[in-house]
Design a protein around this ligand. Structure first.
Ligand code: SAM
Ligand code: SF4
Length: 317
């Protein structure tokens, strides 16, 4: 279905939980978050109904995210049921990878075809610092497990943070030479609770082009990342300039939070509730979300924060 600006909306990002086994500094407060009561969150049946409704309106691609989707107890059942929905052609997941050593085979069998795995540094001490509680080796084992399992595509997502990991751009990019993975650098977005980062942290993705002069433009795939390639690499380098060059004109997505709020735009506070809706009401809310999708969000910068009133773990990045 097209929105009121002629954009075909085909992509639903579905957050299944706002809980996480890490506490990344740019995403969550240090103590985690207050767990909402069970009754405030979408049930598995409501999630599946939402995906069925979305598919009937033209959604073809589903990304399951969070919070950390793999901490959700019924995640395999959710994936299996969503992958079986008529019209859904592709099911992907974004994960921190920590639980992949245990879950990669079942996840693949449940219908998840592609994985984005988050990794901001290759240094143990820095990984512990940015995630507050994480162990680098666990994330690396997760990537190994995903590679062994043979998902159709694996992308490594790195949030580019000036003064933290800009010195690691070459080492992180080199993962695309060693393994058949794309490495994507994402600009740090100024969400509600990541004030701890000073202006220098908000580096534009052009810093990657400067650090890697040998990058060659690669064939583009229509996604939000500008694609490049290192010589003799097995995968691409993607630049996601969410702050310096937003991609609203090509935005084809809507989001659904774990507590059932449809968000037409990541950086707007507009939310339409699906919690407790039957099929007809859910369809009407989804139609409204697509129709009311704004043309563009307000400009973001180190000093102009997102208008979304949630952190990324509560939206589904
Ligand atoms: N827990 C999973 C993970 O980390 O991959 C999925 C959820 S996480 C919110 C999804 C993605 O959002 C991650 O790649 C994370 O690095 C990114 N993210 C979170 N907060 C962000 C921010 N303020 N700016 C840019 N990316 C952010
Ligand atoms: Fe958890 Fe992902 Fe947020 Fe890190 S970015 S705290 S792993 S939800």
């Amino acid at each position: 279905m097209k929105d009121s600006f002629g954009r075909e909306i085909t992509y639903l990002r579905l957050s299944v939980t706002d809980l996480c086994n890490l506490r990344c500094q740019y995403c969550m407060p240090p103590d985690g978050i207050c767990k909402k009561t069970h009754s405030e969150m979408l049930t598995e049946d409501e999630i599946v109904l939402a995906v069925e409704t979305a598919a009937s309106l033209g959604i073809r691609k589903l990304r399951i995210t969070g919070g950390e989707p793999l901490v959700k107890k019924n995640i395999l059942s959710i994936c299996r049921r969503c992958a079986a929905v008529n019209g859904i052609e592709e099911v992907c997941m974004t994960t921190n990878g920590i639980l992949l050593p245990q879950l990669a085979p079942q996840l693949h069998r449940a219908g998840v075809q592609r994985l984005n795995i988050s990794l901001d540094t290759l240094c143990e001490e820095k990984y512990a610092r940015i995630t507050r509680i994480g162990k680098l080796q666990q994330a690396l084992s997760g990537i190994e497990a995903a590679l062994t399992e043979g998902f159709s595509k694996i992308k490594i997502n790195t949030v580019l943070i000036g003064g933290f990991n800009d010195d690691e751009i070459p080492a992180l990019a080199a993962l695309s030479k060693e393994y058949p993975v794309d490495v994507r650098f994402i600009e740090l977005m100024p969400m509600t609770e990541n004030e701890a980062f000073g202006e220098e942290a908000y580096l534009p993705c052009d810093a990657v082009l400067q650090a890697l002069p040998q990058l060659q433009p690669a064939e583009q795939d229509g996604g939000v990342a500008r694609l490049y390639r290192l010589p003799e690499a097995k995968g691409n380098i993607g630049l996601i300039s969410a702050v310096s060059q937003h991609f609203c004109a090509e935005c084809n997505r809507i989001r659904l939070t774990a507590d059932g709020k449809l968000k037409p735009c990541l950086h707007s506070d507009q939310e339409l509730s699906l919690k407790g809706c039957g099929p007809d009401e859910m369809r009407l809310q989804m139609l409204r979300a697509i129709e009311e999708k704004p043309l563009c969000h307000e400009p973001l910068s180190a000093t102009a924060r997102s208008k979304a009133k949630r952190n990324m773990n509560k939206i589904g990045g």
